[in-house]
Design a binder for this molecule. Structure first.
Ligand code: 5GP
Length: 146
């Protein structure tokens, strides 16, 4: 499968983008279809189609740049009373561009952005069971944090 997306073209400079920040590893630019004014995308410069393909150290850097962009949004002319981070990993999660990207979304009251969900109230035993399952998986994949 072709690993290249429109974001590779933006990184290469062959497609236009309104850049906010750039360093050797990370690029931040305005989303072409913002869900609120000032909506920024933060991407790694290397191709990673999913979180599983992304070097965790680079994931940390994406978050750091996201934090700085969030602070800059609050300090800029963008209307911004709050910020949401959003990352879609996989089709079912809503991912449309298969190059990992962190959405940084400035929020104002009544801006219309939101997540739809149906929260439940599971028993503690069910929470404990799933915690054990997830924790066991983390232990088996201990190389992740090395
Ligand atoms: P996803 O649904 O994959 O999390 O989000 C993909 C995002 O990329 C969308 O918000 C969409 O507007 C944005 N996007 C898609 N194509 C382009 C493009 O060519 N330029 C920019 N700046 N953003 C894009």
């Amino acid at each position: 499968m072709n690993p290249y997306t429109i974001f590779s073209e933006i990184i290469a400079g062959s497609a236009p983008a309104s850049k906010v920040y750039e360093d050797a590893d990370v690029l931040a630019f305005m989303d072409i279809r913002p869900v609120t004014p000032g909506h920024v995308l933060v991407i790694p410069k290397v191709v990673a189609r999913s979180l599983a393909e992304l070097d965790p150290a680079l994931g940390g850097k994406l978050f750091q740049v996201g934090q700085r962009v969030a602070a800059a949004l609050r300090d800029s002319e963008v209307a911004c009373d709050g910020v949401n981070f959003f990352l879609a990993d996989g089709v079912t999660a809503g991912q449309e561009v298969f190059h990992v990207h962190l959405h940084v979304i400035p929020r104002t009251p009544g801006d219309g952005f939101g997540l739809r969900a149906r929260p439940t109230s599971p028993a503690r035993a069910d929470l404990d069971y799933l915690a054990g399952s997830i924790g066991g998986s983390l232990s088996r994949n201990a190389g992740f944090d090395s």
